[in-house]
Ligand binder design. Structure first.
Ligand code: SF4
Length: 471
């Protein structure tokens, strides 16, 4: 019988079936960071346990580190304390840490693929919900909580129920081509809008169809990153020639003949023709325009040319959330999203903090200057992204246009470092969550969009159709 990648990866990593019916699943790669590990390491110490497979465990610093001045000790004593815990624990347990001195530090979901740690056919776990990102290389990758981080550290295994599988096909071609205003971010926001923020609960998503197959690896990383925002704990793209070329030569990928052997095995893990799915969803790529969220979850989005929907037009159970969203955002039903005033522009995060994202934003930044009264931040997802961008002179384009050029970290994706919204500021953000309070202010407001759309909003001061600037 034809099998899916999910079937193959699951079977290859099954240690045994537990009495509960769950699978004891071997975890091929465990990525860790400073926020969800201190208690996990503490529990390990209390139980007098070692890390079971240190060679499969890698750490970085991302959530709490400042992006303006990273000299130690950090100005924020809480951030400094968390960093110290991380340094101490990684040393005590003999684990590698990609810190600022390594030249490889960055957001955990940016550095995993970038270093070639994340590979097809793997199971990957990390104490962060956007671990789904790594599925872009053809892995089954999911976020876990602190107790599960402890379990993986101690046993390299997790007790998991196998999810159902939905194939999400994006058909046709994007209306203007990926380089002309419609990007991977628009595609994933459109998918979440169509399937709902809870539509993926209990499912893994297999992204397929001509639009996905034509995407670069960085675009696929953006797609898989937001699987969790659609309720799916993991999402993946089948490994193909794009995957193999992306991984070739990366420091932790196999080298030489071992790479060729690995590549043959990676390709063999892809879903076979004729495999069955629990569900299949389809989107028309040509119908997707630049997308902007207007509400308080990533499913509350519209095309940039559209008007904010009315709660009265929604099914009864959804109306209270729509009303709450309008009240929080200060929008009226029927109002166009285009023209909404912004205070802050943020390009970065594990969704859109890669080199291609910065290139797309820079193309727009060349066309103007940051509008008066707008605070605009460009935050590379990793030190390597920053170096590559600087080698191309992207930082000079941003600085000349009035953007701030920051150091690698999670930054304004969430309020765990110095980069926060103030009061009711409205943010145009390339990140992945627009929940109330997400960007550090309980009354702050977030509009999710592509990096190019963020740059367009930065230079006009309002939500703008980037196609009008690129034209
Ligand atoms: S960039 Fe945002 S979503 Fe990604 S790991 Fe950091 S805090 Fe989490």
């Amino acid at each position: 019988m034809a099998r899916t990648l999910l079937d193959k990866v699951w079977d290859a990593h099954t240690v045994r079936t537990l009495p509960s019916g769950q699978t004891q699943l071997l975890i091929g790669l465990h990525l860790i960071h400073e926020v969800t590990t201190p208690q996990a390491f503490q529990m390990l110490k209390e139980l007098k346990l070692k890390v079971r497979m240190p060679a499969r465990t890698f750490g970085t610093l991302d959530h709490i580190i400042p992006t303006a001045d990273q000299a130690r000790p950090f100005a924020d004593p809480q951030a400094e304390e968390m960093a110290q815990h991380m340094y101490r624990n990684m040393k005590e347990f003999g684990l590698p840490l990609f810190d600022m001195a390594s030249g490889k530090q960055g957001i955990v979901h940016v550095i995993g693929p970038e270093l070639g740690l994340s590979q097809p056919g793997m199971t990957i776990a990390c104490g962060d919900s956007h671990t789904s990102t790594h599925g872009a290389v053809g892995a089954i990758a999911f976020g876990i909580g602190t107790t599960q981080v402890r379990d993986v550290l101690a046993t390299q295994c997790l007790a998991m129920a196998k999810p159902k599988l939905r194939r999400v096909r994006v058909e046709g071609t994007l209306a203007n081509g990926v380089a002309n205003g419609v990007y991977a971010k628009d595609v994933i926001l459109a998918i979440i809008n169509q399937l709902g923020v809870k539509g993926g609960v209990g499912y893994a998503y297999e992204y397929a169809g001509p639009v996905i197959e034509r995407m670069t690896m960085e675009e696929r990383l953006t797609i898989c990153n937001m699987s969790i925002e659609g309720g799916a704990r993991c999402g993946y793209v089948n490994p193909d020639a794009t995957t193999i070329e992306y991984l070739r030569g990366r420091p932790y990928a196999p080298q030489g003949e071992a790479f060729d052997r690995a590549a043959a095995w990676w390709k063999s893990m892809a879903t076979e023709r004729g495999a069955e799915f629990d569900d299949i969803a389809r989107l028309d790529g040509a119908a997707i325009e630049p997308v902007v969220t207007w509400g308080i979850n990533p499913g509350m989005s519209i095309g940039v040319s559209q008007r904010i929907p009315s709660p009265d037009a929604q099914p009864e159970p959804e109306r209270p959330t729509f009303r709450e969203a309008l009240a929080h955002m200060g929008f009226e039903a029927g109002q166009p999203i285009k023209g909404a005033k912004i205070d802050v522009a943020f390009v970065g995060s594990c969704t859109n903090g890669r080199l291609s994202d910065l290139r797309a934003a820079a193309e727009v930044a060349k066309k103007g200057k940051v509008a008066e009264g707008v605070r605009a931040l460009i935050v590379p997802g990793s030190q390597q992204v920053a170096q590559a961008a600087e080698a191309e002179g992207l930082h000079e384009i941003f600085l000349a246009a009035g953007f701030q050029w920051r150091k690698a970290g999670c930054s304004m994706c969430l309020g765990m470092n110095d980069d926060k919204l103030q009061g009711r500021e409205m943010s145009a953000s390339s990140s992945n969550r627009n929940f109330i309070g997400r960007q550090g202010s309980p009354t702050g407001r977030t509009l999710l969009m592509s990096p190019a759309m963020v740059a367009a909003a930065a230079i006009t001061g309002v939500v703008t159709d980037v196609r009008e600037i690129l034209r």
